[in-house]
Design a protein around this ligand. Sequence first.
Ligand code: ARG
Length: 447
Amino acid sequence: MFALSKSTQFDWRLALHDIAGSRAHAKALRAAGLLDEGQADAMDAGLAELARRVEAGEFVAADSDEDVHGALERGLKEIVGPELGGRIRAGRSRNDQIATLIRSYLRHEIRLIAQDVDGVIAALAAQATTYLGAVMPGRTHLQSAQPILLSHHLLAHAWPLVRDIDRLRDLDRRLAVSPYGSAALAGTSLGLDPELVARELGFDSSVPNSIDGTAARDLTAEAAYVLAQIGVDLSRLSEDVILWCTAEFGFATLDDAWSTGSSIMPQKKNPDVAELARGKAGRLIGNLAGLLATFKGLPLAYNRDLQEDKEPIFDGLDQLHVLVPAVAGMVGTLTFHPERMAEVAPRGFSLATDVADHLVRSGVPFAVAHEVAGETVRYCEAGGTTLQDLSREDLPKISEHLDEGVLDVLTVEGSVASRNGRGGTAPDRVQDQLGELDAARSELGAW
Ligand code: ARG
């Protein structure tokens, strides 16, 4: 029973948050007249000393301690004596304690994750700036679609990460409500002020419902979702990097420091960071799925099942703390090969849409333009040439609608420059986008 129940092996990391909670709780006890001034001062000094011992590693959980809360109460009694130490538990339960701790712990941790994620965004933005102007094939269904700027593609991986940071900030707003004062489930009868504790702990307010305060874990699940989403976003970026670094694509080369060799094949440069990102995404999704499965059948209020919310969350945070900076390192040190990308960009008739768009601009209905563009592709295919090779003489053989102006747009650069609406891949628009990204980053950095 004890071995099953025991949680100090994973919940010890909450120790300093627990002590901060106890210091705030002691203030509420003092305000309610349940501790006199001398007792409150001694309690606060004792808790400060306990925090010092925990930080210094002088006080650790014993084999006989069931959880972090019990262990710290034992530690407090060692410092202030059993009489005063025994007063700290009045008006609270481990149920409201743990519900509060996990929120304050998460609030602290997700800020660190946000900083890590911003590091990847910064690396993408730096590469986008370095290679501004480099073209590449844009794909849908992994098939050649239309030429794009490499920078545009890199920034397309940055924006989901911006939204992830925004998600963390938004989650923090919901996490900033303290369950302390909910006690076991029904609230406290001792005149303690939950708002006082909330303020002391840096929360915006306290929960309006003590049952919800102790029983809800939707915020833990939400945190697991955002961590999983970050994993998925890094995984998609990584999949591109893996493809780009193959000999067949040849778009990029990994830095030696961010790749690995093979013990048998001397030529190998393996994208392990990217592969681990892809792999860890699966693990992070598993953590989320496990949490939701744990919560789905639980009656109100607290149930011991809820103890199972810690390890998946801790694991997700631990994984991302290591993974995200590594992805930033890998992305920031990639060398791209603009010549190779430019060579491949027009392949697969990726300029066909430009033929159609040109005709539309000269007044032809799109359905007809689409038809003529298709005819143009078939003409080139039959002659074993590409759209870029078309000459003035070819045009009347394909369609009466084709005028010489089409030859100007049948270049990769012309195609890219023509997509100049907001959010498009034209160099000027991508330059604007870099500015927008900077603005979004500094706005989020203010959180
Ligand atoms: N360790 C528990 C958890 O993580 C908190 C303790 C509540 N235990 C109890 N028997 N009421 O959820």
